[in-house]
Design a protein around this ligand. Structure first.
Ligand code: DER
Length: 233
């Protein structure tokens, strides 16, 4: 799977990170390190003129560790290209994101980018959202409102809406923004219309961001087990 992630990341960088691109958004997860690896390979000459905007703590560490200049979205509101991972992608390039609980800053950088590219391994290359990623839609919520939102998600039709608990941490996962995450499963009839579901969930008071990225991605690159790449535009 790592080779597939690397192949997808390399193809995305080779096709979409041009020498003239100076502001680059770097996503979160285990695939984006290969994106940074490939950008570093473009050489110090082109990279000294670039600023790299992170989508969270992990992303920031990745940029700094690779000796790249750290930018922020306040100084660089317009981003040339953002490359990020995803948990599931459908045939219309809609994505479930937030497996790493970074979807708020990821969506800000995806929106701010002229081009938003997804990189992933073959497991994420799907038809309808939720067929591959079974953990549900990640929803960032204010701590104060989480149980109210959970009840409303069930009323909306979620088959299972659960507060995301820490693994090496007692209690719930806390995002880089100090909020909680609810993972809410919905059946196919909802997941076939991700933009409708996004709007419905986003309107619930206490919801901060929803891990449904609809009509945002210009291209997605998937690494396959046989070493080939599938590109969806
Ligand atoms: O949280 C996210 O949206 C991340 O991009 C993440 O889920 C992607 O996961 P992976 O690159 O580790 O498969």
């Amino acid at each position: 799977v790592e080779a597939a992630k690397r192949a997808a990341a390399y193809a995305a960088v080779d096709n979409h990170v041009k020498p003239e691109h100076q502001i680059i958004g770097i996503g979160s997860g285990s695939t984006v390190p290969y994106v940074v690896e490939r950008i570093v390979q473009q050489g110090p000459k082109v990279n000294t003129n670039r600023w790299f905007v992170p989508t969270g703590f992990q992303s920031k560490e990745l940029i700094v560790k690779n000796g790249l200049k750290l930018g922020d979205v306040d100084s660089f509101p317009e981003i040339d290209v953002t490359i990020d991972g995803a948990d599931d992608v459908d045939s219309n390039l809609n994505a479930i994101k937030g497996g790493g609980a970074c979807q708020l800053r990821e969506k800000v950088l995806a929106e701010a980018a002229k081009t938003f590219i997804i990189v992933a391994d073959f497991r994420k290359n799907g038809e309808i959202l939720g067929q591959g990623w079974k953990q549900g839609v990640p929803i960032e919520v204010a701590e104060f409102a989480w149980s109210k939102v959970q009840r409303q998600l069930v009323k909306l039709g979620s088959t299972n809406a659960a507060l995301r608990m820490g693994k090496a941490k007692a209690g719930p996962v806390v995002t880089d923004n100090g909020n909680f995450v609810i993972d809410a499963q919905f059946d196919e009839k909802f997941m076939k219309q991700p933009d409708e579901l996004l709007k419905t969930i986003k309107l619930l008071t206490g919801v901060i961001e929803v891990g449904l990225f609809t009509n945002m991605c210009q291209a997605a690159y998937f690494g396959n087990e046989d070493g080939t790449i599938t590109a969806k535009e």
